[in-house]
Design a protein around this ligand. Sequence first.
Ligand SMILES: Nc1ncnc2c1ncn2[C@@H]1O[C@H](COP(=O)(O)OP(=O)(O)OP(=O)(O)O)[C@@H](O)[C@H]1O
Length: 323
Amino acid sequence: MGERTRNVIDIVSLTKRYGRTVGVEGLDIGVGEGEVFGFLGPNGAGKTTTMRCLVGLLRPTAGRVRVLGRDPFSEHLRLAPSLGYLPGELRLYPELTGRETLRLLAALQGAPARLQDELCERLSLSGADLDRTVRAYSRGMKQKLGLVQALQHEPELVILDEPTEGLDPLVQETFYALLAEVRAAGRTVLLSSHVLPEVQRTCERVAIVRAGRLVTVGSVAALREARARKVRLTFADGLGRRPLGAADRWSPAWHGDQAVLMIPPDRTVAALRELLALPVRDLTVEEAGLDEAFLDLYRNGMVVRTGPDDQNNQNNRNRGTPP
Ligand SMILES: Nc1ncnc2c1ncn2[C@@H]1O[C@H](COP(=O)(O)OP(=O)(O)OP(=O)(O)O)[C@@H](O)[C@H]1O
């Protein structure tokens, strides 16, 4: 029997190694029922590895994962009707038609594919398309087929590895609408993406991973609050690059005689005091764009504290870095 848990996904100290290569190391993430949760990170960060552990395709080296209270590796078949999965690299049988593919996958899911026709229609997979062999499909058509099979049996949990890869903008919009419907129905989604606006738009919470480790997890709103301040300085003497004393630890970028520094919000005032000892002619301070904040996390793995790792934290208006 699977134990009952509050979370639809529980990842506790998950480590997966491939021989000596680390896939993920000591990962802890919980995803609550009805959440749309984003998984972000640069190439090779461990997103796919984690997702493959969650759907029972990989066995963790250490730690544990629970999906709907069950161990996905040993209880794969029992979970199949409740789980929808779109792999990052979808491998299909090229000699089957689209329709045969969906039928086969529905049989493996072990649940009626009630939404199949509606999803094909909304994602513009025509009857003629579905009668063609998958060998003749374009990349986008394969991705649409992948989305249909992931959603067709109305699973409680949908795990999508870069779902909008290869979709044209119109189909992407349809996908976002489908996601909103899944969410409105109280079902749970975990999706990985490299597309930041997509994550901002669709997810309440995100986890950022880098080199197999969790960098931060929090609500998109809290990440916005915690992002760096962008300080731009112009010097009175017209001379460019120079030492900025202690502020050099913020790795200034120089554009002619202007220096741009990205400073964590709780350090900005102290940094400004130091900077004003220099011959500054003009100074502006603005919040870094969310993209810049994420890029910073990607690059530096800077840990942003986003307050308690609360469920459904959309309304978290805490400033910056609570203790
Ligand atoms: N089958 C495998 N054998 C050996 N190493 C692997 C295997 N799969 C993944 N890895 C390694 O594990 C690490 C994490 O890879 P993973 O595919 O999980 O990252 P990702 O975040 O999904 O990346 P991307 O954004 O590029 O899809 C990488 O160093 C990768 O090289």
